[in-house]
Design a protein. Structure first.
Ligand SMILES: Cc1ncc(COP(=O)(O)O)c(C=O)c1O
Length: 418
């Protein structure tokens, strides 16, 4: 008998131990060794942090120490908003902890409809579809929109969920150089005219915090007869007069906007909004929408409440931009090499020499009471090692002064600045 209680012979299993060459897990040996080497240097593992307690959108307890959160994408600080929490509590009490089903079957509750209504109001669109995560929104929309014989044209530095959406679908994939309008134009020009084409862009690229020239790119895409999908995960809430994203700030019209609830909205979930008259058909064909359980009622209730408040959060937007300018200017003045010349977004990336320097700096900051994100290849562009800061509208001037003082000290300790 095996542990499952099944007879090996009845399953036609080879009872002999697995020969090493047949162990499918052996492909991870390199990764395991790399991680072990990192941990053996005695540093805290940057990819295994636990938040013991979260006290506010900007403060948590990590390893017993009160820590300023500067790497959470909680841009608008909505996670502790009293109206958002009240909506979540009410939905939890009224509808229970989960839906037990797909949106297509028993998994659409009052607050899924509320969240979609809140999105239509926020974006001024006729259509909105909520997915279980932003990852699944990209996976679903890209793989469903572009079929066999059609084309997806994407920026080389696209988020993993965009690449995975391409891999899940059957369309031909064409990449263009990061943020290059010229290369996009050239690659579109080489494609046959007839087949359908989807150009996938991001408003803000999360690794370096740089912004896409969406206006020019959308114009190029339209000239070649392509539809455009813009992922505005890192811009929702604080770009454009209504906080819709970079596409709104640059005054361009896109066919589909992808977003997430896991950043400015402050919970979990993903969505796509569109004015396309046939948009609802996506619900009938999109596998990552159909074949998974829907979000818990309390989650969609918090999302709806948060989105409705974000629409009018003009003071928060303003303060978030002030914070981004202050941190960018301070770090630049110290002599750090930054991902962007100007504070173009709420992400500020510090480029470091190698893994050793990045981990040492990250650890010094953490011990000093500041948490930032560490990023390394293959997630980063051009094999860079990065510490990424994301600002929150709730960061205070005092917190940022402390952060800057710590950065100066840590940067000198590890030799990142003179
Ligand atoms: C550009 C972009 N798109 C999509 C996602 C996925 O969002 P979610 O966390 O909701 O799955 C992310 C998350 O980091 C992202 O950065």
């Amino acid at each position: 008998m095996t542990e499952t209680g099944l007879q090996p012979e009845r399953l036609d299993l080879d009872p002999a131990p697995i020969a090493p060459e047949r162990d499918l897990m052996s492909k991870f040996d390199g990764l395991i060794a790399e991680r072990r080497a990192l941990i053996d240097t005695g540093v805290t593992d940057p990819f295994a942090i636990v938040m013991d307690e979260v006290r506010s959108p900007t403060v948590a307890v990590i390893g017993g120490r009160e820590t300023i959160l500067l790497g959470t994408y909680n841009y608008m600080g909505m996670t502790f908003d009293p109206d958002v929490l009240a909506a979540g509590h009410e939905a939890l009490a009224r509808f229970g902890s989960g839906t037990n089903g797909s949106r297509m079957l028993n998994g659409t509750f009052r607050d899924h409809m509320e969240a979609e209504e809140a999105l239509r109001e926020f974006y001024g669109t006729t259509g909105a579809i909520v997915f279980s995560t932003g990852y699944m929104a990209n996976l679903g929309m890209i793989s469903t929109l572009a079929a066999k014989g059609e084309y997806v044209i994407l920026d080389a530095d696209s988020h993993a969920s965009i690449y995975d959406g391409c891999a899940q679908g059957n369309a031909e994939i064409v990449r263009f150089r990061h943020n290059s309008v010229e290369d996009l134009d050239k690659r579109l020009g080489r494609l046959p005219r007839e087949p359908g084409k989807l150009v996938v862009l991001e408003g803000v690229y999360s690794m370096l915090g740089d912004v896409a020239p969406l206006k020019e790119m959308v114009a190029v895409a339209k000239r070649h007869g392509a539809m455009v999908l813009s992922d505005e995960a890192h811009s929702m809430g604080f770009y454009g007069p209504n906080g819709r994203g970079v596409y709104e700030a640059q005054g361009c019209d896109v066919d589909f906007v992808i977003g997430t609830f896991s950043k400015s909205v402050g919970t979990v979930g993903g969505f796509c909004v569109s004015n396309h008259p046939k948009f609802e058909a996506i619900r009938l064909a999109c596998r990552p929408y159909i074949f998974t359980a829907s979000l818990p009622p309390s989650v969609v209730a918090t999302a709806a409440a948060s989105i409705r408040k974000l629409r009018y959060a003009h003071n928060k937007r303003q303060h978030l931009w002030e914070n981004a300018r202050k941190l960018h200017a301070g770090l630049k003045q110290f002599g750090f090499q930054l991902g962007t010349d100007a504070p173009d977004s709420a992400i500020i990336a510090i480029i470091l020499e190698d893994q050793e320097q990045a981990v040492a700096m990250w650890q010094t900051l953490l011990h000093g009471g500041v948490y930032v994100n560490m990023a390394r290849p293959p997630a980063t562009p051009a094999g860079t090692y990065l510490l990424r800061c994301s600002l929150c509208a709730e960061h205070t001037t005092e917190q940022l002064d402390r952060v800057l003082a710590l950065f100066a000290k840590a940067g000198r300790t590890v030799g990142a600045i003179g």
